[in-house]
Design a protein around this ligand. Structure first.
Ligand code: ATP
Length: 123
């Protein structure tokens, strides 16, 4: 029983972390908005099971990367407010990971959506 209470507490902490990231980070709101638009188009285009899998994995990867980036920013700010080359490197590398994820997501999105858009325009 105690174990379940602890698990529930951990789940609630993780959930409140997700809510805080969405509330406090403009980029998270943008990612969620783009994900919602992609999901609407995937429904309209009747995506196959494999297309859904790739789309959901991509959305999950980008949003997770943004959350880890936010966590790294907060940790660096907690450790030092002074300028430090290591603080800069940590923040820039974490931001670079998000950028790489976003570039991959745009490419995957083009591969997934362009053939459907093409067919839709030709109809
Ligand atoms: N303590 C620091 N020492 C050195 N450079 C820093 C430090 N804090 C931030 N920077 C530099 O400034 C940039 C912007 O930092 P900031 O903390 O404003 O994050 P951000 O990318 O604007 O994210 P957000 O606005 O979402 O918090 C970092 O990418 C880094 O290059």
């Amino acid at each position: 029983m105690k174990q379940w209470r602890q698990r529930w507490k951990r789940f609630r902490n993780a959930w409140s972390g997700m809510v805080a990231a969405v509330r406090e980070e403009v980029h998270m709101k943008i990612h969620l908005m783009l994900a919602a638009i992609a999901i609407v188009f995937a429904i309209v285009f009747h995506f196959t099971k494999w297309e859904w899998l790739i789309l959901l994995l991509t959305i999950g990867a980008v949003i997770s990367l943004e959350m880890v980036n936010t966590a790294i920013e907060r940790t660096v700010d907690l450790v030092t407010k002074d300028f430090h080359p290591l603080a800069k490197a940590a923040k820039d590398i974490a931001a670079g990971a998000v950028l790489l994820g976003a570039i991959m997501a745009v490419m995957i999105g083009a591969i997934l959506f362009l053939p459907h858009l093409y067919n839709w325009v030709l109809k």
